[in-house]
Design a protein around this ligand. Structure first.
Ligand code: MN
Length: 231
């Protein structure tokens, strides 16, 4: 194909135990999906799931045993961390029932839904889209995809984030308000899921600001550690 300029390179993630990579299509994110986090943001914790997106090229690929680098973004005084379990879709579909959702999952990863909280809050107040707060460049550091068969019982896995060695977020994936299967059911009623889609499933309570020079280390048990330094 002749193009008027070179297309952007495809975004992909390493896959644990394989040479082939996981090509990223879209990044969907679930809002307020742990009750204690919904409460810290001023909500009841009991509402239907809602979604926003990040562009695929917002991914910062972080390899196993490496510390990734995320530049401190422009326009914000309040860059927040949100550690999340990420579901990697291998088989697409629409109107997927929760009972069938597992057939569509290729694997799981650990991701950070980095957020310009001050800009997101401004947009919320004005009833405007969240994109400037959520979908900015480098806003999605993410580790390798672990295929389902090697991932263990992710639905019951501990999840935590430390900043400079100190605990900031700690919970368990079992505390998701809308579990993985229910999230896929809701999401696929609104969009047709495609192979390569990533779903950030939501963050536990404890979100807070980070500064340039901080090192973030997060983990979902069974999926390995994600380490990122804010440059
Ligand atoms: Mn989030």
């Amino acid at each position: 194909m002749n193009t008027v300029f070179n297309p952007a390179p495809a975004v992909s993630l390493p896959v644990n135990g394989r040479a082939e990579r996981f090509p990223v299509h879209r990044i969907y994110c679930v809002g307020r999906n742990y009750e204690e986090h919904a409460k810290e943001m001023g909500f009841t914790g009991r509402e239907p799931p809602f979604f926003f997106l990040k562009p695929a090229d917002a991914v910062v690929v972080v390899n196993t045993r490496e510390t990734g680098s995320m530049p401190y973004p422009s326009l914000t005084q309040s860059l927040h961390h949100e550690i999340e379990l990420v579901v990697a879709i291998g088989t697409g579909g629409k109107n997927i029932k929760a009972a069938d959702a597992h057939k569509h999952i290729y694997g799981y990863a650990v991701g950070l839904d980095m957020t310009r909280r001050d800009l997101q809050n401004d947009m919320k107040k004005q009833g405007r889209p969240w994109d400037i707060g959520k979908a900015f460049d480098h806003s999605a550091p993410i580790g390798p995809v672990t295929p389902v068969a090697q991932a263990g019982d992710v639905a019951q896995a501990e999840i935590y984030l430390k900043v400079n060695g100190a605990d900031r977020q700690r919970s368990n994936v079992s505390k998701l308000i809308w579990n993985i299967a229910e999230t896929i059911e809701h999401l696929s009623s609104a969009w047709e899921l495609q192979p390569g889609d990533l779903i950030f499933t939501g963050t536990p309570r404890g979100v807070a600001a980070v500064a340039a020079g901080d090192t973030l280390v997060g983990e979902v048990a069974g999926l390995g550690k994600l380490s990122v330094k804010i440059a």
